[in-house]
Design a protein around this ligand. Structure first.
Ligand SMILES: [Mg+2]
Length: 335
């Protein structure tokens, strides 16, 4: 990337989001000047994707652009925030116009879907990395936090976690031959469709913004699942000063994941696979009907998977009995 090429890159970013009336000064000045609605709290998040760490080297640039914004919008969703603005800092090894076109198309497509304006950008030379900051707002005091839940609250997860981890394994070429393992039909007609579903879930995650907003005033705590359900649920429970119990038989394992990984493997991917960008949240038992109504209104499946309880740590249960999680599978507690 040479001087002059940076100016060309600016050209790509100018139309990479929507126009918003609350952007008083956007791209092109030293800073953006933004006006949040009166009576709202500003919610700010940031996340970086590094090539070879957060996405495979050579990954489709359109997916990289989509995911760089999606992972940030997912954090806003977990706070119950409505997204408004984003800033993008891009580190590129070289000037590559077709890569930039595809990257911008992926970023802009998701920005338009959720009404996000790109209000600032920066470009530097180096190993491929994408940092995005996203800003949004909630009505004053209405932001949903990780630490607001109490023992007895029910636990829920949106969508079908685990699919993205399977999709990444397929992208990396680790599991081409195992599609259908554990499934009754082997590598029949449905296997190709399942592979497409799983790949898409990794490459183009859909942040659960509508659900996050609908859960304001209902969810007592919320976190987005980026590092695996078990780990992220553990963070929610710890922040709330609680332990948690998860009923393994209630985990939502999608048909595509079941076909790809079988039952024990699918369970493991639901619990530990990353990159899902689903919401894991808690709500008092008396609000379960409100959770179901909010999920139905948003058209997002939500599954009750357990409850918070006194103590610490996350216990996995099957048929009422504790089960230990070990690398590669489950074992019953010796005691
Ligand atoms: Mg998060």
């Amino acid at each position: 990337v040479r001087r002059g090429e940076f100016e060309l890159i600016d050209h790509f970013f100018r139309d990479a989001g929507v126009a918003r009336a609350d952007v008083l000064v956007g791209i092109g000045d030293d800073g953006a000047v933004l006006r949040p609605p009166a009576g709202s709290d500003l919610v700010a998040v940031t996340d970086t994707l590094n090539e070879g760490v957060h996405f495979p080297a050579g990954c489709d640039a359109r997916s990289v652009g989509h995911r760089a914004l999606a992972v940030n919008l997912s954090d806003l969703a977990a706070m119950g925030a409505e997204p408004a603005w984003a800033l993008l800092a891009l580190t590129l090894p070289a000037y590559d116009e077709s890569w930039l076109e595809a990257f911008t198309a992926g970023f802009a497509g998701l920005a338009r879907t959720h009404g996000v304006a790109l209000v600032g950008g920066d470009t530097t030379r180096g190993p491929l990395a994408v940092n995005v900051q996203a800003l949004g707002f909630v009505p004053a005091g209405a932001g949903i936090r990780r630490g607001g839940a109490a023992a007895g609250d029910l636990l829920f997860v949106s969508g079908t976690p685990g699919e993205a981890a399977a999709g990444l394994a397929i992208e990396l070429g680790e599991h081409q031959a195992t599609a259908g393992a554990g499934g009754p039909a082997g590598a029949g007609d449905g296997a190709g469709a399942a592979v497409d579903v799983l790949r898409r879930r990794f490459l183009y995650p859909e942040p659960r913004l509508a659900l996050g907003r609908a859960l304001r005033g209902i969810a007592s705590a919320c976190i987005d699942v980026s590092d695996g359900l078990l780990g992220d649920l553990g963070k929610l429970a710890a922040a709330s000063g609680c332990g948690a119990a998860v009923e393994l038989e209630q985990l939502p394992i999608s048909p595509a994941l079941l076909r790809f990984a079988g039952r024990p493997g699918g369970e493991r991917m639901v619990l530990t696979g990353g990159d899902d960008y689903e919401l894991c949240f808690a709500a008092p038992p008396g609000r379960a009907a409100d959770v179901a109504a909010a999920a139905a209104r948003c058209g997002v499946p939500v599954t009750a998977i357990g409850a918070l309880r006194e103590g610490a740590g996350v216990e996995l249960r099957r048929a009422g009995c504790p089960e230990a999680f070990r690398h590669g599978g489950f074992d019953h507690f010796a005691r």
